[in-house]
Design a binder for this molecule. Structure first.
Ligand SMILES: [Zn+2]
Ligand SMILES: [Zn+2]
Length: 227
């Protein structure tokens, strides 16, 4: 990260603890711009990784499932972790952008990280709304510039989350950040084609490679179980 993810001005390193503009936590070290936007090293590293996957060469960059699978294979991504609330919308944003969707990738990725960081772990079981599905709503809000005061796109954002929750709720639990993230990007890509006319590419089948790492894997009940 050489430029501020918020305002694009140049940044310098600081050891002074400050409130991160992305995760909201007081942290150090990190980088700060002339406007005072501080971004902690964890958030800067994550955003850099997301943008690296988004801007990589290859026909599969139009495929949010392929982008998501690549992100899940990064060595510091745990089996289950709230970071999936960011990975799902980030993969969608990258594929949408590469498929001709009108969005500023850099600014959009900043918003995906900033909003996704605020969705805590366990919302699937404790709030009745999986964080990856909320990520579909975050993605939809970012690409349509929606706020709580918007009219038609307000509905689209909530319908995107609802569509994902409907599909994953029907499958049942327990939680799996891989299963719900794959479901989210697949369901949302189809939703975007239907409502916004932007066609991302999708694989014929999704095969999860993480089952052996997941003690609660629902195996044959999961549409992506392949071992
Ligand atoms: Zn700034
Ligand atoms: Zn942070």
């Amino acid at each position: 990260m050489e430029h501020c993810p918020v305002c694009e001005k140049s940044v310098e390193r600081t050891e002074t603890p400050m409130d991160c503009a992305l995760c909201g936590k007081r942290a150090s070290p990190g980088r700060v711009c002339a406007e005072g936007h501080f971004v902690c090293d964890d958030c800067a590293r994550l955003r850099d990784t997301l943008l690296a996957h988004a801007t990589r060469e290859g026909a599969d960059r139009r495929n949010p499932v392929a982008i998501l699978a690549g992100l899940m294979d990064e060595p510091d991504i745990p089996m289950h972790d709230p970071v999936h609330h960011i990975l799902a919308p980030a993969a969608l944003l990258a594929a949408y952008h590469r498929s001709g969707g009108a969005v500023n990738l850099s600014r959009g990725m900043t918003e995906v990280v900033r909003r996704g960081r605020r969705v805590p772990g366990g919302t699937c079981g404790f709030w009745g709304a999986c964080g990856a599905a909320i990520g579909a709503g975050i993605f939809m809000s970012v690409i349509t510039g929606t706020s709580p005061y918007s009219d038609s796109t307000w509905g689209l954002c909530n319908l995107a989350t609802a569509r994902c929750l409907e599909v994953m709720g029907a499958l049942g639990g327990p939680r799996c950040c891989k299963r719900t993230s794959f479901l989210t990007v697949h369901t949302t890509a189809l939703f975007v084609e239907e409502h916004l006319g932007v066609t991302m590419s999708l694989p014929e089948a999704i095969r999860c490679t993480h089952s052996s790492r997941n003690g609660e894997c629902i195996k044959e009940r999961c549409p992506f179980f392949g071992d």
